[in-house]
Design a protein around this ligand. Structure first.
Ligand code: C5P
Length: 230
């Protein structure tokens, strides 16, 4: 049995490999994330195929950021495909424009607060105001949710703090940076296990390499699902 709390990141080099993996995973995975890396290689077509022909749910991770008119137009374009989640940067003007573009569609707009690859030096270089990153993440999450985001993307370390925000009541928290016990961390520095991320308030976890780089992706996915069910 699949469980929509697990979102598998299809970060494969091309859509054929992505489709092959989805076929291998079969019924064990019901929700896929497709990101910018696959966009020029047919990522949107793969998203549609998985949605329309295989009945999968799709998280399109585009992290849009632009002037409001452009964000609105881009989101309106995506909304016609009936996908499930779409990311934009959590700046209030971007979120408001995305909301307009999403119109009456069921597609959820998820806000990125501060990319987990950035440290304080990077924020200084980008002229982002002083303060601890965790505090800025909370502030940006609250602003994005107030601006109409359906949820936020958060590292597992941030999930519990965001869940405690009044603004997060009834909103989605989606958490990458998840590693089953014993799995390689790769470049993820701040990780949590699937069970811990859910316990801390995540509604969905995003897992990529521990599944698609596994010798037995289906068994890897099933092990994560078993852990989620406790
Ligand atoms: O392979 P892994 O499980 O690390 O993949 C996690 C996925 O989540 C990747 O697609 C990555 O781009 C994405 N992601 C992330 N950290 C963020 C935002 C997105 O790892 N802060």
């Amino acid at each position: 049995m699949s469980d929509d709390r697990l979102i598998t990141a299809l970060d494969l080099p091309n859509v054929l490999d992505g489709l092959e993996l989805a076929k291998t995973l079969g019924d064990s995975v019901n929700f896929y994330k497709i990101g910018l890396g696959m966009l020029t290689g047919g990522g949107l077509a793969l998203a549609n195929e998985l949605k329309q022909e295989f009945g999968k749910r799709i998280f399109l991770d585009m992290k849009f950021f632009d002037i409001p008119a452009t964000v609105e137009a881009a989101v309106r374009g995506v909304a016609q495909f009936n996908l499930d989640f779409l990311t934009v940067h959590g700046d209030p003007h971007v979120v408001r424009a995305a909301r307009e573009g999403a119109g009456g569609s069921d597609m959820k707009i998820l806000a990125v607060t501060i990319l987990t690859s950035l440290d304080r030096d990077d924020l200084d270089a980008s002229l982002i105001k002083d303060g601890k990153i965790a505090d800025l993440v909370m502030e940006r999450a609250a602003k994005a949710l107030n601006a109409g985001a359906d949820g936020v993307i958060a590292s597992p370390q941030e999930a519990a703090m965001i869940r405690a925000l009044p603004e997060a009541h009834g909103k989605l928290i989606v958490t990458p940076g998840v590693r089953p016990a014993g799995a390689a961390h790769g470049d993820q520095k701040r990780v949590a296990t699937p069970a811990q991320a859910i316990k801390d308030g995540a509604d969905h976890i995003v897992v990529g390499r521990p599944i698609w780089q596994s010798d037995d992706p289906k068994a890897a996915a099933k092990a994560i699902l078993a852990e989620l069910r406790g």
